[in-house]
Structures are given as C-alpha cells and as structure tokens.
Design a protein around this ligand. Structure first.
Ligand code: A4P
Ligand code: MG
Length: 151
C-alpha cells in the first residue's frame, strides 16, 4: 500500500526550509582541495542547496600553538533538514575527508560547523547554535556579514 504523505515525511524534515550558515575550515594537507570537496558534498546533501559562498580567508590558528594557518570559508545553505540531521550529514563529510578527533581545537583536514540559522536557536548536548565561538572569531563574523548582505 502506498504510504501517505505524512508517513513518508521523515522526522528529520521540517515543514519549511531555512537558511543555515556553515563554516568550513582546514589547516592540514591540500586545504583548498578539502574546502572544494566539502562544497561539492554539501551541495549534494538531501533537501539542501547552497545559496551563497563567502570569500576564502587565511587565518591564524586559534588553539594549541605551532599549528599551520587555516583556510576558512562560510556557506549559506537553504535546508529543510532538522538541525541535528544536518549536523550528522556534515560530520559524515568530515569523516570521509579523513578527519579524526584527537585534540580539541587541534589541526584538522576539514572542520564543518553550523554557525547560525536565520530563525532557529538550538541548545542540546550535541548541538549549540548560534555557535558559542561566533562572537570570538572575527573571520566568521565578517563572512556571516558578507553572506547576509548577498542573499
Ligand atoms: N557541536 C556543538 N555545537 C556545534 C555546532 N554549532 N556545529 C558539537 C558543529 N558541531 C557542534 O566538535 C565537537 C562536538 O561539537 C561535535 O561532536 C558536535 O556534536 P568537533 O568538531 O568534534 O571538535 P572540535 O572542532 O575540535 O571542537 P569544537 O569545540 O567544535 O571547535 P571548533 O569551534 O570547531 O574550533 N582556528 C582558525 N583560524 N580557524 C578555524 O576554523 N577551528 C577550530 C575548531 C580551532 N581553531 C581554528 C578553527
Ligand atoms: Mg568543530
């Protein structure tokens, strides 16, 4: 028997789409390559499309000393995925790109963070949005402003 529309709609979906801002960061290996593959993969997340891309900034590492410089970029995406489902999709891309979690704020091939939503705040054990470090990272604030100006 065909499923009704309501039973097909997964718990992972929201009624309406929303703009989310996703930060991309890399400070190991082919940094441009990691960012470019991340953009391509994010563009293929279900129920999600990239609306705008910020410029790419080279930034001083925050965290343990002696790390290479970061490349940072931010994307505005339109998504109807539940925020936790979006986080899972981003973490799966991080894993595929060789990301391992050892040192907090340590070097990484690819870091994907949900920086903000236009209309939603989240406070759960696994997800806090707006990202608590937003106010402390001037490059994120600049890129967020850049994206909010164009969309
Ligand atoms: N988590 C909670 N809220 C969020 C969110 N809004 N977005 C949880 C993404 N994840 C969120 O993250 C640990 C856990 O945070 C996740 O499992 C998720 O459930 P992680 O990516 O495993 O660990 P982490 O990245 O080492 O720690 P954290 O606290 O997320 O660090 P950040 O804020 O990601 O910082 N320097 C420069 N110049 N540029 C950078 O991009 N990034 C970092 C990492 C450090 N220094 C940097 C940069
Ligand atoms: Mg992170």
């Amino acid at each position: 028997m065909p499923k009704s529309r309501s039973s097909v709609a997964a718990a992972n979906d929201r009624d309406r789409s929303e703009i989310a801002y996703v930060a991309l960061g890399s400070n190991l290996g082919d940094r441009d390559g990691y960012l470019s593959r991340a953009r391509e993969r994010i563009g293929r997340i279900p129920k999600t499309r990239i609306v705008a891309e910020s410029s790419i900034a080279e930034t001083l590492p925050i965290g343990p000393a002696g790390q290479p410089m970061y490349l940072n970029q931010m994307l505005a995406i339109e998504t109807s995925l539940d925020p936790h489902r979006l986080l899972q999709e981003l973490q799966s891309i991080e894993r595929d790109e060789g990301r391992t979690r050892s040192v907090r704020w340590g070097p990484r091939t690819l870091d994907l963070d949900i920086v903000a939503f236009d209309h939603t705040q989240v406070h759960s054990p696994t997800l806090v949005v707006p990202h608590p470090e937003l106010r402390n990272r001037d490059f994120w604030l600049r890129q967020l402003e850049e994206l909010r100006g164009v969309k």
